[in-house]
Design a protein around this ligand. Structure first.
Ligand SMILES: Cc1cc2nc3c(=O)[nH]c(=O)nc-3n(C[C@H](O)[C@H](O)[C@H](O)COP(=O)(O)OP(=O)(O)OC[C@H]3O[C@@H](n4cnc5c(N)ncnc54)[C@H](O)[C@@H]3O)c2cc1C
Length: 490
């Protein structure tokens, strides 16, 4: 029988769940508290013509997005043009820079030039990473992870040894490479996984494959094009979208949610997919209905939050690529302060995205669009006076790298976004930007469950549950939960 399904939150996971559920004919409504869809992948448009993606900027694992579109008989190129960046990105060290070419054979040459034998070892590393990527994508990533028995299959049994689940990323990378810059290049994606490389399973070398080999892409018009595309598919399938609609309460009777309080209104519902941050959703439930206690949440390791600046410059800034990683200080010191000491970094690494190098639409003519991002611990106290301190520090490093002086006097748009903004805008647990850390203890069935154990018609999606944070996993999360619901409704 067709159901009236309410989705709380219109980010990537909520939109994805909505599309799959509506495709099966159910009546789906999305309630989103902000004035546009997208969640952490929202967009700012300024009156002067700047267009800033507020969150994601690395389009990796493009096959996952293509699979999403294919599930609805579509292709990404019906919605946006995908550019392959070349170079993919630049890393800035205290004693030089490296640019990462798009072409893999050029990348092996670069490795070889920096460390004899490293070119060949890069091939071996990526062959292994490709196996992990393929096995994870085919056997693991779409599992609902409600029971260990899901993993008792011959294919999984045969593949498990190939995944290096029990060795750590740091030792794994060092088996192949010795040059500190090559190690930094291979380890950098781990920063956003929420733990130091020595605490992350070597399985995650699959990210090196999903990025460096499959390539770094950019959707012309910005990342929000993905949201617009998903929104358009959802509307075509009959999903009703309600922005500026915050869910405040769920009314439960006989172990079932009967209605949601959306702003001032009671909305009757048969089933709920909660795609807003998991902890926030649990805060809307009576205490005896939650899946996890406050102690549980406090004991979780979180991926970082971020201090971000969206900047407009009144003239072009030569010497900067689309993606630049400023890695002059030690990665280990920043990671230690991030994850062990949980404090604002003393000498931070940071990242700059300059999409206007690829895309004219995102800035007024002859201007520049910059996004500065510095990882900080989730849950650290937000100190606005520190924002300016770090802002000056990042500007100085950009000036040093580009040779452009007096950057400050050319800024004609500036907005910061930090922990308290994540909490205010997304009800983000401890102001997290990227969900839970991807440690072994927080993987698969050890992640918060997609199903409420006491309320029969409440499911969870989003980056705090399986498979985890990031644009592709969040889209998959919506698919997992929708498929699970459809299985139980059959
Ligand atoms: C700064 C930043 C940079 C990132 N960079 C990348 C990147 O380069 N590449 C990549 O792959 N990933 C990146 N990510 C991660 C990726 O953006 C997220 O993992 C993903 O967008 C999370 O989607 P979600 O649907 O789980 O959550 P969200 O996007 O947070 O969606 C949840 C929605 O629920 C809404 N909501 C909350 N409470 C309520 C309520 N009570 N009622 C109604 N609605 C509510 C929120 O407003 C929000 O819209 C980045 C994230 C951030 C923050």
């Amino acid at each position: 029988m067709l159901k009236k399904i309410s989705i709380i939150g219109g980010g990537l996971s909520g939109l994805s769940a909505a599309c799959y559920l509506a495709k099966s004919g159910h009546h789906v409504d999305i309630y989103e508290k902000n004035n546009s869809l997208g969640g952490r992948a929202r967009q700012i448009q300024t009156p002067d013509g700047y267009v800033f993606d507020m969150g994601p900027s690395w389009y990796w694992m493009h096959d996952v997005l293509e699979n999403f579109f294919a599930d609805f008989g579509k292709k990404s190129d019906q919605y946006y043009e995908l550019i392959s960046l070349d170079p993919q990105f630049e890393m800035v060290f205290s004693d030089g820079t490296i640019q990462i070419p798009k072409d893999f054979s050029e990348l092996t040459k670069l490795f070889e030039s920096m460390e004899p034998g490293a070119g060949k070892r890069l091939n071996a590393f990526m062959e292994d990473a490709k196996i992990k990527y393929t096995v994870s994508m085919t056997n693991y990533i779409e599992k609902p992870c409600l029971s260990l028995t899901e993993f008792f299959t011959l294919d999984i049994f045969k593949s498990v040894m190939k995944l290096n689940l029990f060795s750590d990323f740091r030792s794994f990378v060092r088996k192949y490479f010795r040059h500190p810059k090559l190690i930094a290049l291979m380890e950098f994606p781990v920063i956003f996984l929420g733990a130091a490389p020595q605490s992350i399973p070597a399985l995650y070398s699959l990210m090196n494959y999903g990025g460096l080999v499959l390539g770094t892409k950019y959707p012309l018009g910005g990342f929000f094009k993905i949201i617009e595309a998903m929104q358009s598919i959802a509307i075509e399938l009959g999903v009703k979208i309600h922005c500026n609609c915050s869910v405040h309460k769920m009314t439960i009777y006989n172990d079932q949610i009967k209605s949601l309080q959306v702003n001032e209104n009671q909305i009757i519902t048969d089933l709920v997919v909660a795609s807003a941050d998991y902890h926030h959703i649990e805060s809307l439930l009576p205490k005896d209905c939650v899946n996890y206690s406050e102690e549980y949440w406090d004991s979780r390791s979180l991926s970082p939050s971020t201090l971000i600046f969206y900047l407009g410059l009144d003239k072009p800034l030569p010497g900067l690529l689309h993606h630049t990683l400023f890695f002059e200080p030690s990665l280990d010191q920043h990671l230690h302060e991030l994850y062990k000491e949980s404090k604002w970094p003393s000498n931070p690494l940071f990242y700059v995205c300059c999409p206007s190098k690829t895309d004219r639409i995102v800035m007024p003519h002859n201007h520049e669009n910059l996004f500065l991002l510095m990882p900080i611990p989730a849950g650290v106290s937000d100190k606005p006076n520190l924002h300016e301190y770090y802002f000056e520090l990042m500007l100085k490093r950009i000036e040093k790298h580009t040779g452009f002086t007096d950057l400050k006097s050319h800024i004609d748009y500036k907005k910061s976004f930090c922990i308290s903004d994540f909490i205010r805008d997304y009800n983000a647990f401890k102001g997290n930007a990227y969900g839970l850390a991807n440690t072994l203890k927080q993987t698969a069935i050890l992640k918060p469950s997609i199903k409420n154990k006491k309320i029969k018609n409440l499911y969870y999606a989003g980056h705090l549950t399986v498979p985890g944070p990031g644009v592709p996993p969040s889209i998959i999360s919506g698919k997992i939960v929708a498929k699970q619901i459809l299985r139980t409704l059959d």
